[in-house]
Design a protein around this ligand. Structure first.
Ligand code: C5P
Length: 228
């Protein structure tokens, strides 16, 4: 299995995003999240697809099954290759999303527990009795059983998640910092592209290390080189 790079377009404008896609000439796959989507809408997805690239739409749907199914169909109709839902939305929500994308090329990724949440927050704020790792494993299994094609996983949970769901589901991993990158930003538990690939990630998701580099095209090349 070859691990593929997805470059993050966390920008505020169409111009910045399209310039970034042009700069990252050797990258085929780009992530559009709430930041860019709330500024530019589906049009930016269309423009990036028209540039011959693939799109991961990271809007983390979490709503009643009917609404998520409609949004899933919207993502598929837009031509997104991947999009996210929150696993905590439950089985029926993911089953409905799966029915909605059946017959298309679009795949569903489930987000388990946000890495911004600690064990203590899970217990005190969400009322869950488990540790984050226990909750990640339980929700990952449930999401895949309900029809998710894959999971978003922190780098340090890739092995745990692989053990829980087996080899077939896709694992997509943010929190990547190449050894040459200058800082961790707000990422706490990080790994290099190579470590994430060796742990079994199908895709790594990288943003700031690429765009903080003086030559983003070179940063992309260096990351892709680690993945070969
Ligand atoms: O800039 P950086 O490489 O940290 O970008 C990582 C991307 O992955 C961001 O778009 C961020 O929202 C997303 N993400 C993350 N950590 C998670 C889940 C998603 O950083 N646990």
């Amino acid at each position: 299995m070859r691990t593929e790079l997805i470059t993050v377009l966390d920008m505020d404008s169409r111009e910045e995003a399209l310039r970034a896609v042009e700069l990252c000439a050797t990258c085929q796959f780009f992530k559009i999240g709430s930041q860019l989507f709330t500024r530019c809408g589906p049009e930016i997805v269309r423009e990036i697809l028209d540039m011959g690239r693939k799109v991961f739409l990271d809007l983390k749907f979490h709503d009643i099954p009917n609404t998520v199914a409609k949004a899933a169909k919207g993502a598929a109709d837009m031509g997104a290759s991947l999009f996210t839902v929150h696993a905590i939305g439950g089985r029926r929500m993911i089953e409905a999303a799966r029915v909605a994308v059946e017959g298309t090329e679009t795949k569903i990724l489930a987000v388990t527990i946000l890495t911004s949440l600690s064990d203590e927050m899970l217990r005190l704020e969400l009322g869950l009795p488990e540790t984050t790792s226990e909750a990640v494993v339980r929700l990952a299994k449930q999401a895949v059983e309900s029809g998710a094609h894959g999971l978003v996983s922190s780098p340090h949970e890739i092995v745990l998640v692989r053990e829980a769901v087996g080899l077939k589901p896709l694992i997509v991993t943010p929190g990547i910092r190449p050894a040459w990158s200058t800082g961790k930003d707000d990422q706490v538990r990080i790994t290099t592209p190579r470590q994430a690939a060796e742990a079994g990630a199908n895709y790594i998701v990288v943003g700031r290390p690429i765009f903080k580099h003086e030559n983003p095209a070179e940063a992309v090349r260096l990351i892709q080189e680690e993945l070969v």
